[in-house]
Design a protein around this ligand. Structure first.
Ligand code: ZN
Length: 445
């Protein structure tokens, strides 16, 4: 790949907004960052607005995008929502999933996302029969990310039971490999690519029998791969775990060697003080998904306490009720304000760190999420002259971006030095709304 120079009108350099920065990029990485460059060098590509490190969407289920809007009619709980979600899952094939995921990942690129963690459990054909290529669904997702120009960490998910001691129900047969050993054998065939990392996931303590948790943890350990797990999103999971094992889901994971610095608990909503100490003390990360957690009426997780205990925070759009990492970042802070009736739990800098550097780390992308020499050339530019962002001085660009901008203000997204979104237009998927509409219509018939 040829070398290229970008001139950033304003750059977010982890602690402050720097005006006038020239950034050289070669072979997909940033090679130099020159501050005090008030005018663009000849031939440089000009990025007006505030350029941030690329955003990491740490928790995604791409197919949930097909539920947007349709699940907002009527009432119910997480569990009634899940029935609708399963009905959608039943209709997906590798071809329709590739089309849908390509459109969803293109929507993410338009929102400034450069890496996505796909928590993937829809492995087999309806009824549980493996496809001719047992990884056809996972490969479709990896291909979709390439087509949309973003990085993906495929968190291949073990999902073996419908509850403690219960066989998978008819929907869940598509998710199950039968045993953690069979899961490990299937995903061992998947290989990292330039734009793709293979990681592991335990769907939840409900979905993997306690005696098989260590098999998944060991698989991730041997590969030094990220390991994610839905954790205590619902109090019903805690109650069922206590009834089956006499302990909390966090304690069960700790006992079976699942916690640790390469592990991320997703949601971590309903925890005891002991759970928080176990998660933080082991360096296990926490992925908050505030727009989904509020959409599904989950509750507000103890993110402040978790971070204080030692758990790095990341953010995900999960069910894709909306895809907007800036909204996830501000929602984490604003939820806490509502809960405590005090302000300022995180700075804009800390929220951007969760949305980028710490999210990338949780997905196994080292050296990403910062604008410095040697880092991956993954970045995104937010307009500071839109109807939402005009007014505040550029030195407050991080505060303006986190607390007032939306995905609609993203004008550029560059991944590995490739300009994927330019002036708000996706370079690889020409009409993203149509791609989304077609892919969703194909599922709903
Ligand atoms: Zn999830």
């Amino acid at each position: 790949m040829t070398a290229k120079t970008y001139w950033l009108e304003h750059a977010w350099l982890d602690t402050h907004v720097e005006p006038g920065v020239a950034m050289d990029v070669k072979d997909g990485r940033i090679t130099t960052v020159r501050t005090s460059t008030p005018t663009p060098p000849p031939g440089a590509e000009i990025l007006r607005g505030l350029t941030l490190p690329g955003l990491a969407n740490t928790h995604s289920h791409a197919f949930h995008r097909a539920l947007r809007g349709t699940v907002q009619v009527g009432s119910g709980t997480f569990w009634t929502w899940r029935e609708v979600m399963y009905a959608t899952a039943d209709r997906l094939t590798p071809d329709t999933y590739r089309d849908l995921a390509r459109a969803v990942y293109a929507e993410m690129a338009l929102a400034g996302v450069t890496a996505v963690g796909e928590f993937h459990y829809l492995h087999h054909a309806p009824g549980g029969t493996p496809y001719a290529d047992p990884n056809a669904m996972g490969e479709a997702l990896i291909e979709a990310a390439a087509d949309a120009g973003v990085r993906v960490t495929l968190l291949d998910t073990a999902y073996l039971s419908s509850g403690f001691g219960q066989r998978p129900d008819h929907h869940q047969l598509r998710f199950s490999d039968g045993s953690a050993q069979a899961w490990a054998e299937r995903c061992s065939v998947l290989k990292d690519q330039d734009h793709a990392r293979i990681g592991a996931a335990i769907h939840s303590v409900r979905a993997v029998p306690a005696g098989q948790l260590a098999t998944v943890a060991r698989w991730a350990e041997e590969r030094r791969a990220p390991l994610h797990v839905h954790l205590s999103e619902q109090t019903a999971e805690n109650d069922a775990c206590r009834a089956a094992h006499g302990c909390t889901p966090t304690e069960l994971l700790a006992e079976h060697g699942v916690l640790g610095p390469r592990t991320t608990g997703v949601h971590n909503t309903h925890l005891t003080d002991e759970d928080i100490a176990l998660i933080g003390g082991s360096g296990t990360g926490t992925c908050m998904c505030p727009t989904t957690e509020r959409d599904l009426a989950d509750g507000i997780g103890p993110a402040v306490a978790l971070q204080k205990a030692g758990s790095p925070l990341s953010l995900g759009s999960d069910s894709h009720a909306v895809i907007d990492l800036l909204e996830e970042a501000r929602a984490m802070e604003l939820n806490e304000r509502l809960r405590t009736r005090t302000r300022g739990h995180w700075t804009a800098a800390a929220l951007l760190r969760a949305a980028s550097a710490d999210g990338h780390a949780a997905l196994g992308w080292d050296g990403a999420g910062t604008l410095e020499p040697g880092a991956l050339a993954d970045f995104t530019t937010v307009a500071l002259d839109s109807v939402r962002t005009a007014g505040p001085p550029p030195r407050l660009g991080a505060e303006t971006t986190v607390f007032a901008a939306s995905a609609a203000d993203v004008s550029h997204t560059v991944v590995g030095g490739r300009h994927v979104v330019r002036d708000g237009v996706h370079a690889l998927v020409p009409d993203v709304p149509k791609a989304l509409a077609d892919a969703v219509a194909a599922l709903h018939g």
